[in-house]
Design a protein around this ligand. Sequence first.
Ligand code: ARG
Length: 607
Amino acid sequence: RSDLLKIASRRFALSEIDNPASVKRQLAQLFESSLRATVPDEPDVVPLVDACAVKGGVKFGDYQCNNAMGVWSKVKGKQTGFRGPPAIGEAILNNLPPSEMIDSCSVAGPGFVNVVLSKKWIAQRVQRMLVDGIDAWAPRLPVKRALVDFSSPNIAKEMHVGHLRSTIIGDTLARMFEFSRVECVVRRNHVGDWGTQFGMLITYLFEKFPNPDDLSEAAIGDLQALYKASKVRFDSDPEFKLRAQQAVVRLQSGEIKYRKAWKQICDLSRAEFDKVYQRLGVQLEERGESFYNPYIPGVLEKLDNLGLIEESDGARVIYVEGVNIPVIAVKRDGGYNYFSTDLASLWYRLNEEKLEWIVYVTDIGQQQHFDMLFKAYRRAGWLPKDENAYPKCTHVGFGLVLGEDGKRFRTRSSEVVRLVDLLDEAKRRCRTSILERDTAKDWSEEEIEKTSEAIGYGAVKYADLKINRLTNYTFNFDQMLNDKGNTAVYLQYAHARICSIIRKSGRDIEQVKRNGEIVLDSEDERALGLHLLQFPEVFEEACTNLLPNLLCEYLYNLSEIFTKKFYPNCQVVGSPEETSRLLLCEATVIVMRHCFYLLGIEPVYRL
Ligand code: ARG
């Protein structure tokens, strides 16, 4: 567990992402050339640049270069003339090429080189974004085709909060890839439509409707009730159980009557899932487990020819590196399982769909499953030995959703919480709080409805996304709908407030953008401008580590800087700085809205 957290902990991997708008990367380039000049005999030294943290209430600069100590340990004892890290820091500073980005530099402590950016440069960059649009800040991932396998609920079982997490996180990852100029991002719903549960369901249905003509989707009715009732029969009646097992075989061998009932169940389930996706505004393309069934024998044969398949206790198994127990690819009765399907679906994704990065979003409990899948593929030579090389597969795990009692989130009667009910409740609470306000009478019914949805659904999404996905999170309506603290409601208020400032100015913002100029004279204006400019590097880090919570943290800090520093100290409308400050407001809402967009949250313009 702690290992997992370590992997996901914040670290800035200088990957092959092309991200020209990143301030950090631009500075890294300057330091790179300084390092080449400072220690020409150490070509392997890579620049380590980071935003400065506040220490004891003070910041020594905006960014710092942390190479001096590392360089010292390399050159110590060699004939370089350096007498310690501070001297190396001085040399790094002196060898920095001149740049309009930098206002001043200094060396602190054991050779840290601190950089203060030029406020003029910051202002110009923010202004450029206003003119060119936020897309100009998009990085480029080194792949053209990526797939996010997410949501993926199981047919005839209720979609539960675990699937909600997968849906929300997966949707954001897909949006992040899309923003990163990946040409084709497949949003794949790998629904569980091929499990043994169908034998049980169909047998139960045939018992209830002996005449096949009576079997319609309306007659099937509530799928969850059907699942429960048939499970009771399955567990209590051995004769039923036997028939159910035979039904699986008959279904899988394609018997018409069985296929038909199967399809009816799937259609019904799909309609239920779609309601949730529609409310959440999530696009998905369904291709369920059943699709890959015909591909399983061929893939297994290829693996067999490569010598990967072994016999164990009647089952056919695969051993992978670092795991003692093998994984079962074909069960003793000759049947296929979840693993066999994923062996085939991955083959299809790599060879037929030519995908370069395949991301699976499920709870952490499935980590070993995916680990073994990827290792089997590496053993077969179907994925590169280097885990970071493309084509690449990544399992994006997440923790549990807990209830107030610290246990798995359930209803009071310990049933799985239905997603639809949950979203209804979030919306209902938002509606109530809007109606309670004095201003409610000025709102149309449509506006109230739309706003409660945007705020309610957005709050559920944000509460999930803001937490490092590997940790469990406690579901709590009161907390997520609070208008103070790190919640979507607070962020929506901040956004609506800025929109209202811009509205109140009565100025045509498009025209201000063309003719006005940003000037960052006060400390608070500068802090806001700098934070805006840091979006590209934060986004890159979120993308590299597939951690949407970094975007939430950024968005929250942006709102805080605006609300607590800029807003109280910098009058906008009617001040001599009105034009510049309006532009800063506009840049802030643009970046905020873009973050909302990536998080799948609908912004509210008035609250
Ligand atoms: N249906 C599975 C579940 O509910 C998730 C499927 C994830 N995707 C995959 N290719 N195995 O746990």
